[in-house]
Design a protein around this ligand. Sequence first.
Ligand SMILES: [Fe+2]
Length: 189
Amino acid sequence: MSFTLPSLPYAYDALEPHIDAKTMEIHHTKHHQAYVTNLNNALAGTEAEGKSLDELMRSVDKYPVAVRNNGGGHWNHSLFWTQLSGNAKLAPSGKLNDAIVAKWGSLDAFKDVFNKAAVGRFGSGWAWLCVSADGQLDVCSTANQDNPLMPGVGCSGTPLIGLDVWGTCLLSVISKSKGRLYCSLLECA
Ligand SMILES: [Fe+2]
């Protein structure tokens, strides 16, 4: 079965004024759709056709680079959309909040570390908050459409938050201040 573009769990204008509707629509229907289409084309007729996206990511070195770039783009954006909301609560709670405070001392200190990972990623890439198999949190970043499921990217674990660093260039409303977007994502996540 081929991969399909997931629907957004909100309207394109739901994130205004932080992210305008046109930016959301282009990012979703053009950019994300292109990753899905190109991934399906790269897999068509190969032994990898029918494998799950997680499976492809975890053994991505076995496949052509088109699987890495487009499969990563599909995986990463599928997570990205679900993190955003027009009316989310402003801070984590429960176990996640406890783990953040235990690791970094405070939510603000974590935001600072995360923002630095995002701003420090040159060119396109992603900043991540990951949890390891033994429950440890970590912040890291990856290049292009790589993600922490892929081996050898210098960053491993299950992503809890992924920020599209390149996507920030699309944001007509808040593109003047990259730092503000990073804070905005964390406050809305
Ligand atoms: Fe993107």
